[in-house]
Design a binder for this molecule. Structure first.
Ligand SMILES: *Cc1c(COP(=O)(O)O)cnc(C)c1O
Length: 594
């Protein structure tokens, strides 16, 4: 059955019957103009698909349309955040899939249509992404808004969305003629796809007839990536909500197959129960997750970023001349060692200029092009500790004086419901106002998104990251910086444990329970190691080259998607050893989880 009306585009078909892998994600950063992502998870999903397209992986993806998107951030002079929706219209942008489907949810039928976004790779290989949309005539008026807001609404709204993504997504793919061999749950949000697979396997019989063998067959099909050790990142729903949204049959199947945890529907445990391969997103995160879920085997696949998406234009032009194969195969980044460091360093100046022009345009402030500039941008969350840098404000002023000036650019959104997070932004504004001097400039830029992120990571001199260990599962913005020859100064957490070669690709900040001590270490490196090196242009240029050659070669999604194909989607017949052995067990044990 297909719905068409006069103002709708003609449905368009796309043969996905040969797609072996189905990738499910609540958010995907598909293009700069679409508000279908909020932050790192969506960026990673988008970068993964872009690399899958470039490298010809037979994959299809599913997400929600998010008609009102993730919000645009506004900050007033005191740093008070307000939000506005970013409304977009798929009708005028994308083709409609030629099938609609209906599922039972909340004890009534809901019809879902899907818009197709094509991610096109360098050789023309396409990864079709189907964006499920509940805004269909005939649906209950409340239901029509279920695919409007990314991470909006209450838990009931969220469970409905996750039902649409997982259950709806599976039924849509089947209706479109795709029977994926592998289903990848990018975070627990998509875990209900397992129930969708179970329903489809048993149909027309009911879920009541499902046996352990049926559940095991589903498990053989599924792969699950967990993305955070922060408890709030693991969705949980009350049993009453589960029953109201999913109905009796599915709820009792979920219970019978042991997917409840502490008497809650916990999407992580549902995903774990139904996945044959589970992984964290960096070596340490895999180990931490292994300790969180000792009854399951958890592997590690370290994240990456899509190089062509994040490399600055000047650097892309240089690489296209010197090592054009990089677009297909990121291993060739190693060959930047054949380019003179000064030539690479010269590509950074226009990026810094472009960033400073944006800053001027947005804030009226003119930054100095030759002054050491730090970047710090990420979602506002307590564990990210944006304030560590301001632990001893007087000291920071003195250092800025002694090293000939310091500029700090910050950005980040707080979730609309996160009042503590919004308070953190106001705190930074008030500290920044107090610290402001001729030698120290601190600016907090509005609306951190793809566009601003790209300018920041390529335009600053050093990328700063100060999370509380081990909560930064991976982090990817530092990888984007590295690709552009920008070193990181970071706490040894997430990807940086693997990416930090001290003094070569950047610097570590040794963590300490006493935050004043930890901040002191940060200041010390800034003044005595980083600033002197920055003053030595030749050695700085060598460091920029190391960042690309050493870290760009590895922390990219071409490598990452290849690892997923080899280890998770189509693993070798012999069982593989745990992939996170490079992180010391004792060290992981010492890191106390709240
Ligand atoms: C890369 C990116 C992120 C994720 O970066 P982290 O290092 O994980 O904080 C978040 N938001 C935007 C806009 C990005 O580009």
């Amino acid at each position: 059955m297909s719905l068409t009306s006069h103002n709708r585009p003609v449905p368009s078909s796309f043969d996905i019957s040969g797609r072996k892998i189905a990738y499910f994600s609540m958010e995907i950063a598909l293009s700069k103009s679409l508000p279908t992502y909020s932050g790192g998870l969506g960026m990673l999903a988008g970068d993964s698909l872009r690399s899958a397209a470039d490298t010809g992986v037979p994959l299809v993806a599913v997400s929600l349309v998010h008609r009102r998107g993730y919000f645009e951030q506004h900050l007033d002079a005191s740093g008070q955040q307000t939000e506005s929706d970013v409304v977009w219209s798929p009708e005028t942008t994308l083709p409609l899939a030629d099938q609609t489907i209906s599922i039972m949810m909340q004890d009534r039928e809901i019809t879902l249509q899907a818009w197709r976004f094509d991610v096109v790779g360098v050789t023309g290989h396409i990864i079709p992404v189907f964006l499920l949309d509940a805004d269909v005539e005939g649906n209950d008026p409340w239901d029509r808004h279920l695919t409007d807001h990314l991470y909006g609404g209450d838990t009931y709204y969220r469970l409905c969305q996750e039902t649409i993504l997982g259950l709806g997504g599976i039924h849509l793919l089947h209706a479109l003629g795709c029977q994926p061999e592998v289903c990848h749950m990018n975070e627990g949000h998509a875990a209900l796809l397992a129930i969708g697979l179970l329903e489809a396997r048993l149909a027309p019989a009911s879920l009541h007839t499902a046996s352990e063998a049926d559940a095991d067959a589903i498990k053989q099909q599924c792969v699950f990536t967990t993305h955070t050790p922060v408890p709030a990142g693991h969705d949980k729903f009350g049993l009453d909500q589960m029953l109201r949204v999913l109905g009796h049959e599915r709820s009792s199947a979920i219970e019978r197959f042991g997917c409840l945890h502490n008497d809650l529907l916990n999407m992580t445990y549902l995903a774990l129960r139904f996945s044959r391969y589970v992984n964290g997103v960096a070596m340490l995160h895999g180990k931490v997750s292994q300790q969180m879920f000792p009854e399951y085997q958890v592997q590690s696949t370290t994240n990456g970023v899509h190089a062509a998406t994040w490399l600055s234009q000047p650097l892309q032009q240089l690489l296209d001349t010197e090592i054009p194969a990089w677009r297909y195969d990121n291993q060739y980044f190693r060959s930047v060692y054949g380019i003179e460091p000064e030539v690479i360093a010269a590509t950074h100046a226009p990026s810094k200029q472009r960033l400073f022009a944006t800053v001027k345009q947005r804030t009226g402030v003119e930054l100095a092009p030759n002054v050491l500039t730090l970047g710090f941008a990420r979602r506002v969350a307590t564990y990210k500790r944006a304030s560590l840098l301001f632990q001893s404000p007087e000291l920071l002023i003195e250092i800025a004086d002694r090293i000939g000036g310091l500029q700090i650019l910050m950005a980040g959104k707080a979730h609309p419901a996160d009042n503590a997070g919004k308070g953190l932004i106001r705190d930074i504004f008030s500290v920044a106002a107090k610290l402001e001097s001729s030698k120290l400039r601190i600016l907090y830029l509005e609306n951190y998104d793809w566009d601003l992120g790209e300018q920041l990571i390529s335009g600053v001199d050093v990328w700063l990251n100060t999370p509380l260990r081990p909560y930064e599962a991976s982090g990817t913005s530092g990888m984007k910086a590295a690709l552009n020859g920008v070193p990181s100064l970071s706490v040894l957490d997430g990807w940086w444990i693997e990416g930090c070669a001290e003094g070569v690709t950047g610097w570590s900040i040794e963590n300490c329970e006493d935050e004043t001590v930890e901040a002191g270490r940060l200041y010390h490196k800034l003044e005595h190691v980083i600033a002197p090196l920055y003053a030595h242009k030749g050695r700085w240029a060598e460091m920029q080259r190391h960042c690309i050659a050493i870290n760009g070669t590895f922390f990219n999604t071409h490598r990452m998607i290849g690892q997923y194909v080899a280890n998770a989607y189509f693993p070798p017949a012999v069982s593989i050893a745990a992939s996170n052995q490079t992180v010391d067990d004792d060290e992981v044990r010492q890191i106390v989880l709240a």
